[in-house]
Design a protein around this ligand. Structure first.
Ligand code: CA2
Length: 163
């Protein structure tokens, strides 16, 4: 049975949103974050999304308010039927921000939270994320491959039989 023509035509995008300092990936702290740059991560995301018939809207910001704006935009795209949701690495805002989970809930945005490092093996202040409570799923500690796992997970959750 073919998917409905409307669905396959309209739902095409996965947002991949990155928070503060992720523009520095591939430079310092390779023992924690690996050697891939953010441009490499974008390419990995495009590969995986392409295999699933999706396009990627890939962004990074060091500003909390800009991330809030993007989460609202992504929620509107999901409501319009043009996106399946967002993969979000909130960076250090995971541990501090109430505005990000408020935006995710307010926009009814399906989010898979990603952390490159295993935050639970690190300093105690990284063990709690305000975003996790409103995320559909969380991927932690798999390096940049976690972004690909998150896209696959979000895609699976979007299927009619869920996941
Ligand atoms: O493990 C992750 O993906 C994090 O979200 C990365 C954040 C950190 O604050 C979170 O606790 C866990 C840091 C973003 C990257 O920061 C860099 C700093 C220097 C060099 C490279 C990256």
């Amino acid at each position: 049975m073919h998917p409905s023509p409307v669905r396959s035509r309209r739902v095409t995008t996965v947002f991949v949103l990155n928070g503060p300092n992720l523009n520095l990936l591939g430079g310092r702290e390779p023992e924690v974050y690996g050697t891939a740059t953010l441009a490499d991560v974008e390419e990995l995301c495009r590969q995986t999304a392409g295999e699933l018939g999706l396009t990627v809207d890939f962004r990074q910001s060091n500003r909390e308010g800009e991330l809030v704006d993007w989460l609202q935009e992504a929620g509107a795209a999901v409501a319009a039927g043009t996106s399946i949701g967002a993969v979000l690495n909130p960076g250090a805002y995971s541990h501090t921000s109430i505005a990000l989970p408020d935006a995710i809930e307010g926009a009814r945005l399906p989010v898979v939270e990603v952390h490159i490092s295993n935050v639970h093996r690190r300093e105690p202040f990284r063990h709690h994320s305000y975003v996790s409570a409103v995320a559909a799923g969380v991927v932690v500690g798999f390096g940049v491959v976690g972004y690909q796992l998150a896209i696959r997970g979000l895609h699976q959750l979007h299927q009619p039989d869920g996941g």
